[in-house]
Design a protein around this ligand. Structure first.
Ligand SMILES: CC(C)(COP(=O)(O)OP(=O)(O)OC[C@H]1O[C@@H](n2cnc3c(N)ncnc32)[C@H](O)[C@@H]1OP(=O)(O)O)[C@@H](O)C(=O)NCCC(=O)NCCS
Length: 227
């Protein structure tokens, strides 16, 4: 068949990268994700007490452009994030709660039902549907830092992202002063790709570093080494 006779259906759109598996709907998760010590599941409205326990801490807010929130404001914020259950368009985000199994929640006990505690959360956000790019973000209560919990949870979120949503590249934007997050990026196998100058206003103009991980790099890292 000559080019002239090729139908529209056969035409390759050179502007479009291989598509991600979108839309993704949280309702399609048949079971929570499990790591050695944690369960990852979509944030729920009832998580707001646990989330406020870390959202209100100045050291947590140091590099995240969130305002300090009262308990009531944190509840509204958690409700909003719990409602973000679909990834389809640029900017859409989805949040996993990092539930530490065996750690009692700070929320009031309802009946005899004890909840495990939400100690942090992991965000997946669409940077570009056209270019199949996804952004990763995280936060962990300081009382639970230094135990490898953040890397355990985010590693599972990275696996989920590549296997289920199938981006070409995952990225993280990190305040240049945020050495703990930069270290986490490196533990995840992410590469420092570059820096942006004064791209964020947060108590003054701040610089960011961009870390990235390509799908093929992630796959190569997981491939069994030949004997
Ligand atoms: C970024 C953040 C999640 C990192 O938390 P973290 O606990 O340091 O990260 P990890 O889970 O990777 O833990 C690594 C630490 O645990 C230690 N550790 C203990 N047991 C471990 C284990 N089994 N596996 C791996 N590390 C372990 C490591 O030695 C390391 O400590 P070190 O930094 O003193 O060397 C946390 O600092 C945070 O929430 N910051 C505030 C929010 C924020 O800035 N978010 C980012 C916006 S971009």
């Amino acid at each position: 068949m000559t080019d002239e006779l090729a139908s529209d259906a056969d035409a390759v759109d050179v502007r479009r990268a291989p598509a991600m598996a979108l839309p993704f709907d949280a309702d399609s998760l048949t079971a929570p994700l499990r790591t050695e010590r944690m369960t990852l599941r979509p944030i729920e409205p009832d998580d707001s007490d646990d989330i406020w326990e870390y959202q209100r801490l100045p050291e947590v807010l140091r590099y995240i452009p969130w305002p300090p929130r009262s308990r009531e404001e944190a509840h509204v914020h958690t409700l909003k994030r719990a409602g973000m259950r679909r990834l389809a368009e640029n900017g859409d985000a989805f949040h996993f709660a990092m539930v530490l199994r065996g750690e009692r929640s700070t929320a009031p006990v309802v009946g005899d039902r004890h909840r495990d505690r939400v100690v942090g959360d992991v965000m997946l956000r669409i940077s570009s549907t056209q270019h199949a790019q996804l952004e990763l973000g995280w936060v962990l209560h300081p009382a639970f830092q230094g135990r490898g919990l953040a890397v355990e949870a985010t590693r599972e979120a990275v696996r989920f992202a590549f296997e289920v949503i199938a981006p070409h590249r995952l990225e993280a934007h990190v305040d240049v002063r945020n050495v703990a997050s930069a270290a986490l990026c490196r533990r995840l196998g992410m590469r420092l790709e570059g820096a942006l100058v004064e791209d964020v206003w947060y108590d003054g103009w701040q610089d960011s570093e961009i870390y990235g991980l390509l799908r093929r790099e992630w796959e190569a890292e997981r491939a069994p080494t030949p004997a």
